[in-house]
Design a protein around this ligand. Structure first.
Ligand code: SF4
Length: 368
């Protein structure tokens, strides 16, 4: 078995610069009157334009509420892709980050895909440029190329499989069972977690999510001492020292499922704090505590909230519906090449529905 890190040296510098740029674009909070007016306008426009809002769990609570109240969805990236593809609307408003809009367009080229802010991206996507990634793949032609959803269409076009955190473990296990070696990109923490749980032979890109990378095991240990009865929910993009303290390791959907299905009253949540909006709606009697990050200091790029997700706002939804701004295009042949790896994942999940709740990915869930 080999596990070799492929170091991408520009990662840190570009991530920091782009984070500052992203925070500068996050809109100011709305006054109550302005919020009410924009919500009403967005609802009217969604109906008039026969459009549907597909939102990620990490975006602003107003956008999540708007999606739920207008027949759209709030979901993880796997469900967002499926929902957008299967919905009858010819216009999809994708509130999330750019790779989510691209995935929607790849799956539904005949539909119009609009986003509130096209600058909303992701440190994993930024840290995995298509040309460098192609060179990495070319150097290892004996490996099955598996990429996380958080990548550009051009990177997906070079891959054999796309995976999300809901199904990554099951798909890599499937490849290992077939005797295949894996080239994995771009999240090093999720890759390590999968490698340790499957024993697969994985060669890894060295990327990270700026939100999850900042959760700290030492601080979490101290917080758990304060709340000894709390169950700890951790997204596998987090460092090993945090994952090791988890009662449940899983995707955003799996973490939501844990909060509603486990008997515990208190949960410490190690993922983007945008998810707490939906968690509070689904489990209003439970106590939810944010897991600690590196701290609210110059070294903290996110403090548990993604600046690119935070760029999505009600005004942006209204703008793209009124003026057609923020349209996503994915050129051929990139689109059709990228479609192959997404379809392969969707087919796998359809044929193996238990794969998104695979035992082992969710630890100790029965011991609430
Ligand atoms: S939370 Fe992390 S993985 Fe998700 S979009 Fe932001 S930077 Fe990317």
């Amino acid at each position: 078995m080999s596990q070799v890190l492929f170091d991408y040296p520009q990662q840190d510098a570009s991530g920091a610069t782009c984070t500052a740029h992203a925070w500068a674009k996050v809109p100011e909070p709305l006054t109550p009157d302005r919020r009410t007016a924009l919500m009403a306008r967005a609802k009217t426009l969604l109906k008039e334009r026969n459009a549907v809002l597909v939102a990620h769990y990490y975006v602003d609570g107003d956008l999540q509420d708007l999606a739920m109240e207008t027949g759209g969805c709030v979901a993880d990236s796997l469900e967002m892709a499926r929902f957008g593809r299967d919905h009858a609307s010819q216009t999809l408003i994708v509130a999330g980050v750019k790779f989510m809009g691209e995935s929607a367009k790849i799956l539904s080229p005949e539909k119009r895909v609009l986003m509130p802010d096209l600058d909303a991206t992701c440190s994993l996507d930024l840290g995995c440029p298509a040309d460098d990634f192609a060179a990495f793949c070319d150097a290892h032609p004996d490996r099955e190329v598996v990429v996380y959803a958080n990548t550009s269409a051009a990177v997906k076009a070079r891959a054999d499989w796309m995976v999300t955190s809901s199904c990554a473990l099951a798909i890599v296990q499937h490849l290992k069972d077939q005797g295949k070696k894996v080239l994995w990109a771009p999240d090093r923490h999720l890759g390590r977690y999968i490698q340790e749980n499957t024993g697969a032979d994985m060669l890894m890109w060295n990327g990270a999510c700026i939100v999850h990378d900042e959760f700290r095991g030492v601080e979490l240990d101290l917080l758990r001492a304060e709340y000894p009865d709390a169950k700890v929910l951790v997204h596998p993009e987090s460092p090993r020292s945090v994952v090791e303290q988890a009662d449940v390791v899983g995707s955003t959907s799996q973490m939501l499922n844990a909060v509603t299905s486990m008997d515990a009253q208190t949960f410490i949540v190690a993922t983007d704090n945008g998810i707490l909006h939906r968690m509070r709606q689904m489990a209003p009697t439970k106590t939810l505590i944010e897991a600690p990050t590196a701290g609210n200091s110059a070294t903290c790029k996110s403090c548990a909230h993604c600046p690119w997700m935070a760029m999505n706002a009600l005004q942006g939804v209204v703008d793209c519906l009124e003026r057609g701004t923020g349209e996503i295009f994915v050129d051929e042949p990139i689109r059709s090449q990228a479609l192959g790896c997404i379809d392969r994942m969707l087919d796998f999940v359809k044929n193996n529905p238990a794969s998104v709740q695979k035992p082992g990915f969710v630890k100790n869930i029965g011991a609430a």
